[in-house]
Each structure stands twice: as structure tokens, then as C-alpha cells.
Design a protein around this ligand. Structure first.
Ligand code: GLU
Length: 473
């Protein structure tokens, strides 16, 4: 029987969590949840200058927003320095590691003269010497990779790597191997920029007498232009994607299917379904293309199908982060008004960011969109708007269906289409020319407030038409 799966996500807190890192975190999470295993969060903070508390907080915040939870940690790698040193001492004692005075330049010079074999140092007692790991001369180190199959490295070609500085502080590859071993990690899933580190870590584990985990190196992410993903391709960090209004469930869906064997990154798959169906073996070997347009499309589909309470929660959280005044106005409304507003905008908004501008008119005064006013509120709009006002004042029942039937009858009798006939109402009640469906918008705003706003618009139209105010203007 195989032991329970233990995976880890091991970010270096040197900046924000980027899309590639989010994908690595997600794949580890999916494997843990799909197998009933455990996910360990390890913060690789040994670079003391760049590993700031703010960066750690940012990564935790991004993971929490993505709703990727972990079972153990966060564990600071830096705080495990004593343990790393302890294991280093074992290797020094057994002779598997040794002090050597050679510098990087010395090793390079050696390689130049001996292109067919790796550097092996001369053990010394000198206190100022760095510590190297002895690589076997014979045989090969095999990386069993779930995505690429077995990758073989000839031992005689590997240099004896430096694993600790003269002062005994260990280097990256040593710390990772000790940590993976101590934490009982069974599967290392990480970006394939780490592939060249893997044989070194395997040799450390072998020297320590510890079993090797299985590995899966994820192909890099590229932009739609086929180039390595970078800032050029738009939002790069999870927080930026959040502020652009993407939903965590849509991002999880998109990232999970990105680079899956089927090549189908446009399928809606709920998170429980992803957990059930995900398998690391199905990740393709080729670089995956991160396409913001596809993510946007997928996000739009999620936005339309999101349960209303979740919809409201996402909007409220977005406003709280970006627009405290709007957040307050939204929170002050009744639960019914909030739900109704979300209900009428749901078909229309593709991202969370797009929601508020479309429904703000329900919670605050109409906006002042001068361009929309000038385009729609021509002098001849006054006539039809006045007739529509009477319909809105008297229609029974005051619901979207009846409003639609009666207002359409009005514009038809005026010989107008929906554009010229209905846009004036929209500009009157919202201040602008884009809103949810006009009939639903009228109902959500309510008869009284709709009439007030239309009256205000009518008097502004009348003012504009009067020669007196024109002279004054
Ligand atoms: N700390 C490394 C990084 O952020 C990951 C190391 C690993 O997964 O082994 O790239």
C-alpha cells in the first residue's frame, strides 16, 4: 500500500504571487485534495533581504483569495537553519561532504580543461573553505518525472556542488532537500525552471540516506504570442487579476485546465469536479499558453451563473478594497435592493469591476456623463420622454413586462426605434448610456425615483430649449 500523498507549495517571498506560482499552488492543492493527502505551505525565506513580511503577507492573501487552503504551515525555511546545520554535520562526519577551497572561477577553469567530467575537490581542514557534496563518480541520477518521464543525469558530469558556506549556513538545494525529507513530501510539483536543481537535491537525499520523492516539473507559461509570460502580457500577479475583477473560481478553472492533456481550456468545470478529475500525469509537456481573453470569457460565464449571495459578496469585497464610498452606499441599501441590483446586472457584467458602474445609479445619484447627455438628449427627445413619463406614472402593475409592452407601444406610435425611443429614459435615470435592461432598471429604481429623475431631465431639456437660458448660457 502506498503512503498518503504529501505535497508542498514552497514560494520564495521575493515579490507578489504570479500566475505561474498560482498554477503551481493550485496543482499541488488539487493533488492533495483529490487524494485525501496533505498540502504543506513552506515559505522559502532564506534570502533575508528580499523576503519581507509584506511579501509573505501578500502571498498568503493571494492564496486565501484563491481559496487554496493548506494543512500545515506556513513553515519558515529560515527558522529551520539549526536543523539544516545538523544534517550538514552528519554529512561532514561521514565524509559525504567536505571542505574545499576552490572558488567558482577555479571550477570553471577545471571544466574548461575537462569538459567530460565534473569537478571533484580536495578535502581540506581550512576554516574559510566552503562545503561541497561528494557526487558519485559512477552511475546516473534519475529524476522520475510524472510529466516528462525519466530524466537521466550522468553523475561523472556533475560538479560536486557547494551545499554550505564556510560559516555552515546551507545553500538552497541543501535546505530544500532536508525540508522535503523532514516534511515527508511524497510528490514535488513545481515549475520546470527548477529541473536543473533536482539532480542536486536527489544526490543530497541519497547522501542523507533519505528516500526520494516523485517529481513533476510543470512546463513554463507563455503568453498568446508564444513568448515567456511577462508583464507585457497584462496582469501578472494574482492580486492584479483580482483587482481586474476576475473571480477566484474562474481563475482556478482556467489555470487547472491550462496545459491539460485535452488542450481544452474553455471548459467549465467546478472546483469539486476539478479535484476529482485532476491528475498531474495529464499535464502536457509543451509550454501552456496563458490567454487573458479566454480567461475573460470564462470569467463572464462564471459571472452569469454565480449564486446571487456569492455575487453580492464578491461585489462588496471589491468595493471595500477600491471604493469605500460606494461600499458604504451599497451596504446601506436593503438586502432586497442589493439582491435585485445584482439580479439585473448579472447578464451584463463580465468581471466584478464592471458591476458597480452599471448599478451605481440605484444607490447614488445619476452620474454626470456629459457626452452621453449630448448624444441622446437632443431637443426632439423631450416629446417622447414626456409621453413615456406619463406611461411610467400610470402603468399597472409596475413590472418589467408591462413596462416593456406599454413603452414599446409609445415609441412605435412615435415612429421611433429602441435607440432613439428608449435611450432618453436610460440617460435620464442613470445619467449615462450603458445600464442593465431599461425595463428592469426602472423597476429596480422604483416608480417614484424614476419619475423624479425623468422630471429633472425634462426640465433640463426645457431649459436648454428656452431662448432666455440660451442667452444667459
Ligand atoms: N522557492 C522556489 C520558488 O519559489 C520553489 C522551490 C521548490 O518548489 O522546490 O521558485
Amino acid at each position: 500500500m502506498s503512503s498518503p500523498v504529501r505535497v508542498r507549495f514552497a514560494p520564495s517571498p521575493t515579490g507578489a504571487l504570479h500566475i505561474g506560482g498560482a498554477r503551481t499552488a493550485l496543482y499541488n492543492w488539487l493533488v492533495a485534495r483529490g487524494t485525501g493527502g496533505a498540502l504543506v505551505l513552506r515559505i522559502e525565506d532564506t534570502d533575508r533581504e528580499r523576503s519581507t513580511d509584506a511579501n509573505v503577507a501578500q502571498i498568503l492573501d493571494a492564496l486565501e483569495w484563491l481559496e487554496l487552503d493548506w494543512d500545515e504551515g506556513p513553515i519558515s525555511q529560515y527558522e529551520r537553519a539549526d536543523r539544516h546545520r545538523e544534517r550538514l554535520e552528519e554529512l561532514l562526519a561521514s565524509g559525504a561532504a567536505y571542505r574545499d577551497t576552490a572558488t567558482g572561477a577555479d571550477v570553471q577553469a577545471f571544466r574548461k580543461e575537462n569538459p567530460d567530467r565534473g569537478y571533484r575537490g580536495e578535502p581540506t581542514d581550512e576554516a574559510g573553505a566552503a562545503i561541497r557534496l561528494r557526487v558519485p563518480d559512477e552511475g546516473e541520477t534519475v529524476v522520475p518525472d510524472a510529466i516528462r518521464g525519466e530524466i537521466r543525469f550522468q553523475n561523472r558530469l556533475q560538479d560536486d556542488p557547494v551545499i554550505a558556506r564556510a560559516d555552515g549556513s546551507v545553500l538552497y538545494n541543501f535546505a530544500v532537500a532536508v525540508d522535503d525529507s523532514d516534511m515527508g513530501i511524497t510528490d514535488v510539483i513545481r515549475g520546470d525552471d527548477h529541473l536543473s536543481n533536482t539532480p542536486k537535491q536527489l544526490i543530497v537525499l541519497q547522501a542523507l540516506g533519505e528516500p526520494a520523492p516523485r517529481y513533476a516539473h510543470l512546463p513554463l507559461l507563455h503568453g498568446p504570442d508564444g513568448k515567456k509570460l511577462s508583464k507585457r502580457h497584462g496582469a501578472a500577479s494574482v492580486q492584479e487579476l483580482r483587482e481586474e475583477g476576475f473571480l477566484p473560481e474562474a481563475l482556478r478553472n482556467y489555470l487547472a485546465l491550462l496545459g491539460w492533456g485535452s488542450g481544452d481550456d474553455e471548459t467549465i468545470m467546478s472546483t469539486p469536479e476539478l479535484v476529482e478529475r485532476f491528475s498531474i500525469e495529464r499535464v502536457g509537456r509543451a509550454a501552456a499558453i496563458f490567454d487573458p481573453q479566454k480567461l475573460r470569457w470564462l470569467n463572464g460565464r462564471y459571472m452569469r451563473e454565480l449564486p446571487l449571495d456569492r455575487y453580492e459578496e464578491q461585489l462588496a469585497a471589491h468595493l471595500a478594497r477600491n471604493d469605500p464610498e460606494a461600499a458604504e452606499a451599497f451596504a446601506a441599501a436593503t438586502p432586497e435592493a442589493r439582491a435585485e441590483a445584482c439580479g439585473i446586472v448579472q447578464e451584463k457584467a463580465q468581471t466584478v469591476v464592471e458591476i458597480w458602474p452599471l448599478i451605481a445609479f440605484l444607490f447614488t445619484d445619476p452620474v454626470d456623463d456629459d457626452k452621453a447627455w449630448r448624444k441622446v438628449m437632443k431637443p426632439e427627445a423631450a416629446g417622447v420622454l414626456a409621453r413615456e413619463r406619463e406611461t411610467i406614472a400610470s402603468v399597472e402593475p409596475f413590472d418589467a413586462e408591462t413596462l416593456e409592452a406599454e413603452l414599446r407601444a409609445v415609441i412605435e406610435s412615435e415612429g421611433l426605434g429602441a435607440g432613439k425611443g428608449l435611450q432618453p429614459i436610460r440617460v435620464a435615470i442613470t445619467g449615462t448610456s450603458v445600464s442593465p435592461g431599461i425595463f428592469e432598471s426602472l423597476v429596480a429604481l422604483g416608480r417614484e425615483r424614476s419619475l423624479q429623475r425623468i422630471d429633472r431631465a425634462l426640465s433640463r431639456l426645457a431649459d436648454a430649449a428656452s431662448p432666455v437660458s440660451g442667452d444667459q448660457g
